[in-house]
Design a protein around this ligand. Sequence first.
Ligand SMILES: NC(=O)c1ccc[n+]([C@@H]2O[C@H](COP(=O)([O-])OP(=O)(O)OC[C@H]3O[C@@H](n4cnc5c(N)ncnc54)[C@H](O)[C@@H]3O)[C@@H](O)[C@H]2O)c1
Ligand SMILES: [Zn+2]
Length: 287
Amino acid sequence: MVDSAALDQAVGALGERAIVVISGAGVSTDSGIPDYRGPGREPRTPMNFATYLATPEARRRYWARAHVGWERMARARPNPAHVALARLERAGTVSGLITQNVDGLHAGAGSRRIVELHGRIADVTCLSCGQATDRSDLHQRQLEVNPGFADRRRSLLAPDGDVDLAEDDVAEFVVPGCVVCGGDLKPDVVFFGENVPVDRVRRCYRMVESAEALLVVGSSLTVHSGRRFVVRAAELRLPIVIVNRGPTRSDHLATVRISDGATQALRGLLPRLLDPAVGQSAANRAS
Ligand SMILES: NC(=O)c1ccc[n+]([C@@H]2O[C@H](COP(=O)([O-])OP(=O)(O)OC[C@H]3O[C@@H](n4cnc5c(N)ncnc54)[C@H](O)[C@@H]3O)[C@@H](O)[C@H]2O)c1
Ligand SMILES: [Zn+2]
């Protein structure tokens, strides 16, 4: 159970205000997609853009691992935290959502006023001609030229969804190129070492600057890309509520910290934000 005093404080900071939400990988762990920096997780090095561009072997390694892991990613469904945020948007309480996630689950839950800061893993782009491809179409083409590859290696899926492929496995993988020009493909997401497109960053700043409060859900705020908007909210003296299991790099800027699960915290916040009387009657019962 989330501490109800903390929930009341959070409602005190957020209630009756236009809220902008910043979400991270922690909002999707309950949908079975692992985060990078949860407690006890081995540090992993995400794909770096320069490395990806440098050699065909790096791209082959990326796509071989991604191919084996794809079905699990594609099966993921929004969890109650995504659903609660979408409901708060429909109720007019959440005025915008900035997500660092690439899984598309906020949109899947019905949120509409979203900026997907780092793009979507289901979108693929050609590095030569810019042709856009659906990842599910690419997956079909990968299956055709690599029959049984993923099935034979499913046992290599680590419990957290990562895939450990040996160099020999990787070398066997055939990497299809762009259907239009044969060029190299890349998931249309922002890799480490790559910049978020400037107009996307501007949209996020505008969202924060027209908001009255900020709610962070499930992000360690390690990456500057998302943290800068928390810093901006603090400059604007907006109340800031951070819901995250474990510490974040902006805890010192928070008005209220809830160190708990995103699903559990939003389950508590949702009725209180939709109807402030709910929190009040809970407080009365407790006293
Ligand atoms: N689902 C995804 O799309 C996904 C998954 C992994 C990484 N990424 C990418 O990696 C980068 C990672 O940065 P980040 O800040 O989003 O993630 P992060 O891994 O740095 O931080 C996630 C935080 O969420 C916390 N957490 C985990 N499960 C939680 C839960 N159920 N409830 C509350 N808190 C929980 C963890 O303790 C951690 O502090 C992002 O830029 C993103 O693009 C995306
Ligand atoms: Zn092309």
